[in-house]
Design a binder for this molecule. Sequence first.
Ligand code: C5P
Length: 299
Amino acid sequence: MSATVTVRVPAKVNVQLAVGAARPDGFHDLANVFLAVGLYDEVTVTESDELRVTCAGPDAGQVPLDRTNLAARAALALAERYGRRPGVHLHIAKDIPVAGGMAGGSADGAAALVACDALWGTNASREELLDICAELGSDVPFSLVGGAALGTGRGEKLRPLEAGGTFHWVFAMADGGLSTPAVFREFDRLNEGVRIPGPTASDELLAALAKGDAHTLAGALSNDLQPAALSLRPSLADTLAAGRAAGALAGLVSGSGPTTAFLAADAESATAVARALLASGTCRAARVAESPAVGATVV
Ligand code: C5P
């Protein structure tokens, strides 16, 4: 039997996503406060004759199985750096929404990288792995490290943050995804002619995160991409209203959406908000999850 490695990797929510003006390279400078949440994908790698990707889970039909999949790109990048043949079968057990604004694709990239490193015994340093992650995408380094972190640059330069307690979230999944480039383009369109200040993290938000103070964190949650996501998907306003009416402390679009995230006072309240959201008919599914969660880990 061939060797197999499985890596579990969390989704993320952005408790603050401050977006600057478009840069000459097309990316936007960010102050991106990432928090890993306990919704997980698992990536299993097994030696194989050729590179192959399979996926299982409710949204599996929407996952590309070719070399555009970030898990495949991660295996290819590591193999190239270490002069290995990228013969692996990557199986993704998918629970994170696809194109949902929760870094599901990035999570699979980080997980595949850690899994191939373990399978091949490459023993790449943390810095080398983070380097490859940053090449794969702006959110991939955070999926590797998990916990809480401030991402600057295009989101790939990370500074770990303290998260002083457990936060209780509800995530409302929408029908279909939103394309991240399309949401950034809409942000540019909505802000045409506007002078956008350099993005900075909110001191109040970072203090609430460090203290584990859900009420203060709720008041400080912000996402500069939310108007763009709402412009492309106006029905998300109904989901946000339903979650707030159900007793969430606050609600916002997760990253580029269309998943919406609701912060609850405690686990009991989160369960009640999830039930009410589902009953409201404004979302496809509602899930509770706690944060912070650890990054990509071999299981
Ligand atoms: O880095 P990643 O591949 O995830 O980015 C996907 C797209 O999102 C980019 O091509 C760009 O259009 C947009 N983006 C951006 N600024 C960022 C991150 C992403 O404009 N900081």
